[in-house]
Write a protein that binds this ligand. Structure first.
Ligand SMILES: [Zn+2]
Length: 463
């Protein structure tokens, strides 16, 4: 019987080492949809225990080779130091990197000189460092060394691109999480052009106008056409026409397997689409309409009075989505708005109603929606969402035969209780036979506070 670690066979030690290095728990891509502000998975803590294990003896060092290292590159000085003095075997073992270098004025190379004069050398230095990381598979760009917009005279994208030809051959996952709205057009494309193996992308077009958002999406995704993206996480802004963006995505990324689209107004998350659900009293069937510009008044308008084109918008959405023949997972932050007489009374009491009647409706709804109830109770309390959400999911599942899983959202204003609003998220899965699909709706929904979901990717003007 072995008495200590060193008595174990090489094979057993390798198995132990595998579990001690938490890289095996972190998927590729590790980035989240824009609404999910979890802490970054790319933390050097992942490899701490593994590196400690290597320190036990020379034999363990030989068995547990340096691999799957995570790094955060957070200053230009550090990048220069690593470029010159970084140990080669460590650089070759780095698989995931967060690039978070704040504005370029802090770099020795910038030195107050003009924008176009030093853009190219800064880019070449950055890419030279990244190219030394020969195992790099995932890159998250938070702050980038090119972010300096003091001068309108810009170096063109081609000037910078042409300065570096050699690619980052193993980079499969790229997440652009820069807060700078000026960088969101050019920076993704610079990296995409150097990543022939790219499969997973996250980025945010600028928050300006419909036309600009569309053209940025078009330019960025046009550069990915040869890579055949599998995962796309994109951020929209409130006034963007979502189906136009969706059509560009479908046209330029027809191989997508997973699509996430979150929408923001400033830093506050909004639904990308509002799916209005109404149950026909005669048949109990659900009918649906869709709006997409997040005018809050739509929540208060009766189903029949929704703007013209709501039917057409839903139809357009389904037809466009149906062209993604490999789509498996869909979360476009589709909010379900269930229209019913009771519901409308709670939200908009009419002038002909007595206050006491209104309060009765309101209190009965509060009993259902009380957010301090425990999850187990919620299962029953939220049961009335089941029928419309299941019907809506079926509609989408029938339009997209490859779809396995999707999500719906319901906005909940819990101001009176927490001083916060929150979002509930339901997961649904498709069970398919040759000619039919049935929907399983997860009864344990998730709840996220609106403030937790807020962020400023691609929108800050003050950088
Ligand atoms: Zn910038």
């Amino acid at each position: 019987m072995p008495r200590n670690l060193l008595d174990l066979s090489d094979e057993i030690i390798q198995r132990i080492a595998y579990f001690v290095h938490y890289d095996h728990e972190v998927p590729i891509p590790s980035f989240n949809p824009h609404w999910a502000n979890f802490a970054s998975e790319i933390s050097p803590k992942v490899q701490h225990d593994y590196l400690k294990l290597r320190l036990v003896s020379r034999r363990l060092r030989d068995i547990c080779t340096l691999k799957n290292l995570y790094m955060k590159m957070d200053s230009w000085q550090k990048l220069l130091k690593w470029s010159i003095k970084g140990p080669e075997q460590v650089k070759k073992a780095i698989t995931r990197l967060v690039l978070d270098i704040s504005r370029r004025t802090q770099h020795p190379l910038s030195n107050g000189s003009r924008y176009q004069n030093d853009m190219v050398p800064i880019w070449i230095t950055t890419i030279d460092f990244l190219r030394d990381l020969t195992s790099l598979r995932e890159l998250v760009v938070v702050g980038n060394p090119l972010c300096d917009h003091r001068n309108d005279e810009r170096t063109t994208l081609d000037d910078i691109t042409n300065s570096v030809q050699a690619p980052l051959p193993y980079l499969v996952s790229l997440s652009i999480e820069t807060k700078c709205e000026h960088c969101v057009d050019v920076v993704p494309r610079l990296f995409i052009r150097l990543a022939p193996a790219l499969k997973h992308l996250k980025f945010a077009p600028p928050p300006e106008f419909d036309r600009m958002a569309k053209s940025v999406v078009k330019r960025v995704l046009s550069d990915t056409v040869n890579q055949e993206l599998k995962t796309l996480s994109i951020r929209n802004f409130n006034h963007t026409h979502k189906n136009t963006i969706l059509a560009e995505i479908v046209r330029l990324c027809p191989h997508l397997q997973e699509l996430h689209m979150a929408t923001y107004s400033s830093s506050v998350v909004k639904a990308s689409y509002l799916l209005h659900c109404l149950q026909e009293t005669a048949t109990s069937d659900w009918t649906f309409k869709m709006t997409d510009n997040n005018y809050d008044g739509y929540r208060m308008i009766e189903f029949d009075n929704l703007p013209e084109g709501s039917d057409q918008l839903l139809n357009e959405f389904l037809v466009t989505l149906s062209q993604l023949k490999n789509l498996r997972v869909l979360d476009c932050l589709i909010e379900c708005e269930i229209h019913s007489i009771d519901w409308d009374l709670v939200i908009v009491p009419s002038k002909t109603e007595r206050k006491t009647d209104y309060q009765k409706y309101r209190s009965s709804h509060k009993a259902i929606y009380d957010p301090v109830l425990h999850k187990a109770t919620n299962k029953g309390s939220y049961g009335h969402f089941e029928s419309p959400l299941r019907s809506a999911a079926k509609l989408i599942a029938q339009a997209v035969p490859s779809l396995e899983k999707g999500y719906f959202w319901v906005h909940e204003d819990t101001e009176e209780v927490f001083g916060l609003s929150s979002w509930m998220r339901w997961e649904w899965t498709c069970k398919r036979t040759i000619d039919q699909v049935t929907i399983a709706l997860e009864s344990d929904f998730e709840r996220f506070s609106e403030s937790w979901m807020s962020n400023k990717d691609g929108q800050s003007k003050d950088l």
